[in-house]
Design a protein around this ligand. Structure first.
Ligand SMILES: Nc1ncnc2c1ncn2[C@@H]1O[C@H](COP(=O)(O)OP(=O)(O)OP(=O)(O)O)[C@@H](O)[C@H]1O
Ligand SMILES: [Mg+2]
Length: 240
């Protein structure tokens, strides 16, 4: 067990703003003086670069963390096809090995105070016949941050996600990401979620924000609280 804290960033859907929010969290954590590193355990969708196959999200996280960690640590499982990870792995005749993800995470967690792990797709994305990304995260007991891509349908997606996440993991907070074109009744939608999600709203990322300005939209005090290590378990005095 390492002292580092890992925040896991999931979302209501693919394209909802996980990478933007994760990069914003890295900026905000670094501004608070933390040594923080991005992590993209599983990425589906690779592009050829002079350095080899790379995933855009992992590169963005690497840059936002300002670290020089080897790419393979930031993104231990990279699949070429931009598809559901277990299907993209099947195409390559591979399986996603949870042990590979754990080895890379352990290495990062030994060197950084904070690790910001971006998911793939949403909470229930399958990794193989047994594991979902959510079940793997739940076993690691990482606090989860849900990014809600604010568009029509997001109330249903957000509330389903919250129900599923809180069944197995701790939802530390949620972020409203305002996707363009702005949905009708945005404020009413945010307020509806605020009333129905027990976890706090960490911030509203405005449309067209970059990672640095999105970081400014996050509640610094709340983030500080989320980063605190959990209190040690209470030892009960059991009388003989
Ligand atoms: N607040 C915003 N304003 C404008 N564009 C945004 C905003 N948030 C995200 N986008 C754009 O929407 C797209 C999806 O965002 P992002 O990559 O952060 O989502 P994601 O959840 O990480 O997606 P994936 O499931 O592919 O990892 C990107 O092109 C991004 O630039
Ligand atoms: Mg992403």
């Amino acid at each position: 067990m390492t002292a580092a804290r890992t925040l896991f960033v999931t979302a209501t859907d693919t394209g909802a703003g996980k990478t933007l929010a994760s990069c914003a969290l890295l900026h905000a954590l670094r501004a608070q003086g933390h040594r923080a590193c991005g992590f993209k355990p599983v990425a589906a969708g690779g592009m050829e670069t002079p350095e080899g196959l790379r995933n855009e999200d992992a590169l963005a996280l690497q840059e936002a963390g300002g670290t020089r960690e080897p790419y393979e640590l930031i993104n231990p499982c990279l699949l070429r096809e931009p598809a559901a990870p277990h299907l993209a792995a099947n195409l390559e005749g591979r399986r996603i090995r949870m042990a590979d993800l754990d080895v890379a995470h352990r290495e990062l967690a030994s060197r950084y105070e904070m690790v910001v792990a971006e998911g793939a797709g949403g909470w229930q994305v399958p990794l193989d016949e047994v594991w979902t990304l959510g079940s793997w995260v739940a076993e690691r007991e990482w606090p989860v941050i849900l990014v809600v891509g604010m568009r029509l349908g997001c109330l249903n997606h957000a509330l389903l996600s919250v129900e599923s996440i809180t069944r197995r993991a701790k939802l530390a907070g949620w972020i409203a990401n305002v996707l363009p074109p702005q949905m009708p009744l945005l404020e009413g939608n945010i307020e509806t979620l605020r009333k129905r999600i027990a976890a706090p709203l960490l911030g509203v990322i405005p449309a067209h924000a970059d990672a640095a300005s999105a970081a400014q939209a996050l509640d610094a005090d709340l983030l500080r609280r989320i980063c605190q290590p959990p209190p040690p378990p209470v030892e009960l005095d059991v009388e003989e």
